[in-house]
Design a protein around this ligand. Sequence first.
Ligand code: GLP
Length: 241
Amino acid sequence: MKIVEVKDYKQMSHIAAEYIIRKVSENPSINLGLATGGTPIGMYKNLIQDHHLNGTSYQKVTTFNLDEYIGLSGTNENSYRYYMNENLFNHIDVQKGKTFIPHGDVQDFEAECRRYEELIETNGGIDLQILGIGNNGHIGFNEPGTSFNSKTHLVDLKSSTIEANARFFNRIEEVPTQAVTMGISSIMKSKEIILLISGEAKKEALHQLLCSEATESFPASVLRNHPCVTIIADEAAVSGA
Ligand code: GLP
């Protein structure tokens, strides 16, 4: 794992966006793996700005998101589909039919998980995956204890994750208790991974990531076993690591 230390959130967002823009320019048909949460919002803003200023095109790009809450349809403003439309897809020229996110409002979740896993594979896999990290080390919604061999699956969210994500909802009771997420092995199949870590609240997580062996009790530690991971972390997150 390579670590790039940056000054602050703004610089992290800028450097991550610049990297994606370069990769898209080199390979206009790239398959991007995308993340939600607060961390990547600044990066998405930079991508949008660049699209308008410099015309970087996403017409041939395919995107796969990591996860989606169970029980929320894409029109629900707390769904990750809504988040992605609002924060990125509606503002660039990506083809909506080539933006994939697990469906959280289906009846048969096992079939949905199989479908999503196969969809990634039949499209040739993910070239560049963007990740954030949960305070407890989760990546996607792979909570501590998730098998490193896991594929796309249904998860029960830990109460710490529900509490951390409650800030996006009106009331904590509204936060779904389950989600569909790409598995650890699905994420690890990506050719390249960028992990974004910002803010003091993440310094413990970064510290554990840098210090612990690869262990299922801290999901992000699996990234130690990946040949091409870059962590972009700001000073606030690094200071305690
Ligand atoms: C959620 C998402 C993760 C994300 C994490 C951290 O649980 N499923 O993909 O990395 O939150 O979120 P934030 O960036 O808001 O701290």
